[in-house]
Write a protein that binds this ligand. Structure first.
Ligand code: NAG
Ligand code: NAG
Ligand code: NAG
Ligand code: NAG
Ligand code: NAG
Ligand code: NAG
Ligand code: NAG
Ligand code: NAG
Ligand code: NAG
Ligand code: NAG
Length: 650
């Protein structure tokens, strides 16, 4: 299998989602929720799939489904208004005709009276330009056409609320509107921000921006939700006035609105585009050394003010669309080679994965941006506040390797720097603390030692191999070597170890082989850095352990979940690392054996695919997309690979 295919095979979200949701075997893809504005750990808004597919029944929510992120969309056709998003009124219903998810976009086709709306939520992915990637902004665009071919009089409207800036809606907010350089944008923030903190997963130190290119046909207004929306419904235009009675978010919910009068049209000549963003600065504090320091979003190295960045983003829409088209096309083309279900999953996972990270830079001692200290941080979104959760990073790593392998290095860097500095452990920590304060994890608990240490060695080599950049492996060689010695001593018989899946029985085969591949990875690192004697030591060690592992872990025709338990049938997804890194430390017969075995399993698989392990009761009912795909990447037979990736959890 070519490397490109392998990489593509694993491009997906680090979020594993519940299995027994609806599964469709066709190109129609019905996720439980659609990503709307998904761009950073805190700009992460979704909308629940409509039950009957005709209309959205809920407001958009933050990813956790706990906080409404108020937005409302209306279209006015020949004087009659239709709510197409966020409006709970059943009057003047719109109907959702179709949906489409691409790596960067969620597209909705909506019928409202005599017009059809194409509404697109674009969350750009900009892997090869970190200024653009770190801009925490998204686009919402609307194209309109009449359904009867005759001209109709059309106005469109969209608003947001101050709900975006706090998880506690009784807090006081303030806001303003700026009209300048051909743009008009609102911004809102808390009266008193709480720096570096979150409530109900929502950041308490953000500023929301919502704007558009202004023209003679656009208008804006801020004020109480009911009044502003009624204003549009009645007149189809807004007053260009600002409500300045600052108050609690939920006190006559202030909304920030923009409307555009499209006039008498049969088809809009260009899309109406709004930009929505959530900016935090600093985004994280990090300590590896005496002082903890604040780190800013990378885009500030290019723009002198956030306002400049907002205006740039608003004006860059056409170019952003072009880049998004190219990326969507490339990703979907690569993923479709495997299967259309796989392509759907990749489309769904790509922006989720990229929105998990913040690319950051600090000020140097000279007060200037320190461009030689760029680091990225990932939030364990969906599960916890953990920073750079090593097992989550591992499951997402192929996505970074595919999109821009250097991003993998930015994410490994702070984990390595902190641990080299602390230097009190022989194994890797599982994370760097809790978002947004990366204080590091100094716990000495060793129950995730094998999982984390194996993952770190595998990722360190993968990053070096794919980026051609040996800086990290060479700078942290001694740290990695210490970790390899730890694996050499402990990995063959995992004791009191907690796997990424929460399994903790002794002698877990899948965990043991990860550690062994980690040692083989270090052998390759040593070789590349001309440490010949380390290379000899570690490659011999890895081969020796691998041979012993094969005996211990095999029972009859398959690898067992724990040594000797012949009834267990795990997905040995950690073998994927051996394939990816070309360490070739695992006997090739294991791959053909497992391929035959998975082939048998897939014949009786449930619609959601294969459980990742069938030992623990809970594991029997769960499939995890990343592990299913990693496993598919280890399968040597095209047909079985197809079946694994066909039966995907969705
Ligand atoms: C529905 O349309 C009527 C006019 O035909 C209007 O008075 C009413 O406010 C509209 N309702 C909504 C929710 O837009
Ligand atoms: C990755 O991003 C960096 C920073 O923008 C860029 O210099 C590099 O060319 C990119 N690499 C790839 C493979 O796109
Ligand atoms: C809306 O999308 C459909 C399907 O992609 C397309 O055929 C149609 O031309 C679009 N309408 C407008 C007004 O752009
Ligand atoms: C907008 O202006 C019109 C005309 O002055 C006024 O009647 C209306 O109440 C205003 N709407 C709002 C929501 O302030
Ligand atoms: C749109 O058409 C209506 C009647 O068809 C007309 O009264 C109105 O002036 C037109 N508006 C514009 C902006 O052309
Ligand atoms: C598997 O083989 C079939 C037939 O040779 C081919 O059409 C398909 O593209 C292959 N699939 C993969 C994933 O290589
Ligand atoms: C920039 O960061 C590097 C790496 O952390 C550090 O060695 C250097 O001293 C920093 N430069 C300044 C001017 O602070
Ligand atoms: C830190 O490490 C310990 C021990 O491995 C682990 O239990 C904990 O979840 C980690 N993360 C945080 C944020 O405490
Ligand atoms: C974990 O720590 C315990 C207590 O310090 C020790 O007995 C045990 O050998 C350690 N296990 C591993 C795998 O490091
Ligand atoms: C692994 O190494 C041990 C100790 O050097 C040796 O006794 C054993 O025979 C080796 N096993 C294999 C399978 O190479």
């Amino acid at each position: 299998m070519p490397a490109d295919t392998l990489l593509t095979f694993s491009l997906l979200s680090f979020l594993a989602w519940r299995s027994k949701a609806q599964f469709t075997s066709s190109r129609n893809f019905y996720p439980a929720a659609y990503p709307l504005a998904v761009r950073s750990p805190y700009l992460n808004a979704w909308i629940q799939s409509p039950k009957d597919t005709t209309t959205f029944e809920s407001w958009p929510y933050h990813w956790d489904d706990k906080n409404i992120m108020g937005v409302a969309g209306f279209v006015r056709v020949d004087g009659k208004s239709f709510g197409w998003m966020g409006d709970t009124s059943s009057e003047n219903q719109t109907s959702l005709v179709s949906t489409e998810v691409t790596p960067t976009r969620s597209k909705f086709t909506i019928l409202a009276g005599r017009v059809q709306l194409n509404v697109t939520f674009l969350s750009p992915i900009e892997p090869s330009n970190w200024v653009l990637q770190s801009l925490p902004f998204t686009y919402i665009s609307i194209e309109v056409a009449t359904t009867d071919g005759s001209p109709h009089n059309v106005q469109v409207y969209f608003d947001t609320s101050a709900e975006w800036v706090s998880g506690d809606r009784s807090k006081l907010a303030r806001w303003t509107t700026t009209v300048s350089d051909g743009t008009a944008y609102h911004q809102a923030t808390l009266f008193q921000q709480s720096s570096m903190s979150e409530i109900n997963n929502v950041a308490e130190d953000s500023t929301m921006y919502f704007g558009m290119a202004s023209s003679s046909s656009s208008s804006w207004q801020t004020g109480a939700d009911a009044a502003i929306r009624q204003q549009f419904i009645r007149d189809g235009t807004l007053n260009n006035t600002m409500d300045i009675s600052f108050r609690a978010i939920k006190d006559y919910f202030v909304v920030f609105a923009h409307a555009v009068d499209l006039g008498n049209i049969t088809k809009s000549s260009s899309p109406t585009v709004w930009s929505l963003g959530l900016v935090r600065d600093p985004v994280i504090t990090f300590s590896a050394g005496v002082n903890s320091h604040a780190r800013s979003p990378y885009f500030l190295t290019h723009f002198s003010t956030v306002d400049d960045a907002v205006k740039f983003f608003i004006k860059d829409y056409k170019n952003a669309v072009k880049r998004a088209d190219e990326l969507d096309f490339k990703i979907m083309k690569d993923a479709s080679v495997i299967s259309s279900n796989y392509a759907d999953l990749v489309a769904f996972g790509a922006r989720q994965t990229m929105a998990g990270i913040d690319i950051t830079v600090p000020r140097g001692t000279d007060g200037k941006w320190n461009m030689s200290d760029v680091k990225a941080f990932m939030k364990d979104t969906g599960t916890s506040q953990r920073i750079n959760p090593v097992e989550g990073l591992f499951s997402a790593f192929p996505a970074f390797l595919y999109l821009n392998s250097s991003l993998g290095g930015l994410l490994l860097d702070p984990l390595l720097e902190f641990q080299a500095y602390v230097g009190n452990r022989q194994f890797s920590a599982p994370d760097l603390g809790s978002y947004p304060r990366a204080t590091g994890n100094t716990s000495n608990a060793n129950n995730t030692a094998l999982e984390s240490t194996g993952n770190m060695l595998v990722m360190a080599l993968a990053h070096a191999q794919l980026s051609g950049d040996g800086t990290l492996v060479s700078r942290y060689y001694d740290l990695l070597k210490g970790w390899t010695d730890y694996l050499s001593a402990h990995t063959l018989h995992p004791q009191n170890q907690h796997s990424a899946d929460g399994l903790d029985r002794s002698d877990q085969s899948n965990l043991a082989i990860k550690g062994i591949i980690g040692i083989a990875a270090m052998a390759k690192i040593s070789k590349a850095l001309n440490r010949e004697s380390d290379y000899q030591t570690y490659s011999a060690k890895a081969s020796n352990l691998s041979a012993r592992w094969t005996k211990l872990a095999t029972s009859g025709d398959h690898i067992t979940s724990v040594y000797g338990d012949s009834q267990s049938r795990p997905l040995v997804y950690n073998l994927y690392a051996d394939v990816l890194l070309r360490t070739n430390v695992v006997d090739s017969s294991i791959y053909s054996q497992q391929t035959r075995f998975y082939k048998t399993l897939t014949t009786t698989a449930q619609a959601f695919g294969l459980p990742y392990d069938d030992i623990a009761q809970e594991a029997q009912d769960f499939a995890k997309a990343p592990w299913t795909i990693f496993t598919a990447g280890t399968v040597t037979q095209n047909e079985t690979q197809g079946r694994l990736s066909y039966h995907l959890p969705s």
